[in-house]
Design a protein around this ligand. Structure first.
Ligand SMILES: Nc1ncnc2c1ncn2[C@@H]1O[C@H](COP(=O)(O)OP(=O)(O)O)[C@@H](O)[C@H]1O
Ligand SMILES: [Mg+2]
Length: 248
């Protein structure tokens, strides 16, 4: 997990653009047939913004962000993430890139049930070689900032859905990634918890020169978008920048 030699992995030559996908092709094999999910997909996420990706179920949103997050490989196209050409990056370096620069939040939280809140939230730091006690201290401070003071030793099963999602947010942000990718982050939450979670994402995730991609079809949270890309049948059909973006 060394990040030495080669060029620093943090630099971005095109600072205004966090992600630029051009002509991405991705198919899945289902038995004899091949399903072409991403069909020459073009997508841009701007730096320092809440970039929403919206569209009907099955249109390819999760597939696209999995390609952007280097979880899935694609068959064709160009993929620039934080100024790096991910398609030409070696596997080991790709893993380092992901650990250093990316954070993920999933619909189902994906917390480890046998670990308490601060242990869960500290995992990305531990994975990067930080000492456990220091990692948990950093995680605890972030959890407290997210409104979980007094709850940090609790197990996931002892927390509400909204509290579990905050632990997942802390885990995604604890290593200060430059790009946060959220897949349906409010889908398991009621309207009020969903609103709180989006406020936290907007206020905490965008600090510094960070960027956020939110996949959602929850139109209750569209008010948090700086930029909305609409997806249908594996392609971006329209992008808009609503006026009611973030307050200064
Ligand atoms: N691992 C996979 N194997 C086969 N088909 C898949 C796989 N992942 C997704 N798909 C298919 O790709 C299409 C798009 O899926 P997905 O990206 O999850 O859509 P969305 O997130 O917009 O709901 C769907 O038809 C889905 O069934
Ligand atoms: Mg999905």
């Amino acid at each position: 997990m060394t990040l030495t030699a080669e060029s620093p992995i943090h630099t971005s030559p095109d600072a205004a653009i966090a992600v630029r996908c051009t002509g991405i092709e991705k198919s899945f094999s289902a038995g004899e047939t091949k399903v072409r999910v991403l069909r020459g997909t073009d997508f841009v996420a701007e730096s320092g913004k809440m970039n929403f990706l919206v569209g009907p179920s099955g249109c390819g949103k999760t597939t696209l962000i999995s390609v952007i997050g280097a979880i899935l490989s694609c068959e064709a196209g160009e993929l620039q993430v934080l100024g790096h050409d991910l398609r030409s990056m070696r596997n080991g370096r790709l893993a380092d890139f992901r650990l250093t620069n990316l954070g993920f939040i999933f619909q189902q939280f994906n917390l480890l049930p046998a670990l308490n809140a601060e242990e869960n939230a500290s995992l990305p730091l531990v994975a990067r070689g930080e000492a456990t006690s220091k990692a948990e201290k950093i995680a605890r401070a972030l959890l407290e900032r997210l409104g979980l003071e007094g709850q940090t030793k609790k197990m996931p099963a002892q927390l509400s859905g909204g509290q579990q999602q905050r632990v997942a947010i802390a885990r995604a942000l604890v290593h200060q990634p430059r790009l946060l990718i959220c897949d349906e982050p409010t889908a398991s939450l009621d309207a009020s918890s969903g609103h709180t979670v989006m406020e936290l994402l907007r206020d905490v995730a965008l600090e510094g020169d960070r960027s956020v991609i939110v996949v959602t079809h929850d139109n209750r949270i569209f008010e948090f978008a700086d930029r909305i890309s609409h997806m249908a049948d594996g392609q971006i059909t329209r992008t808009e920048s609503p006026d009611q973006g973030r307050q200064p």
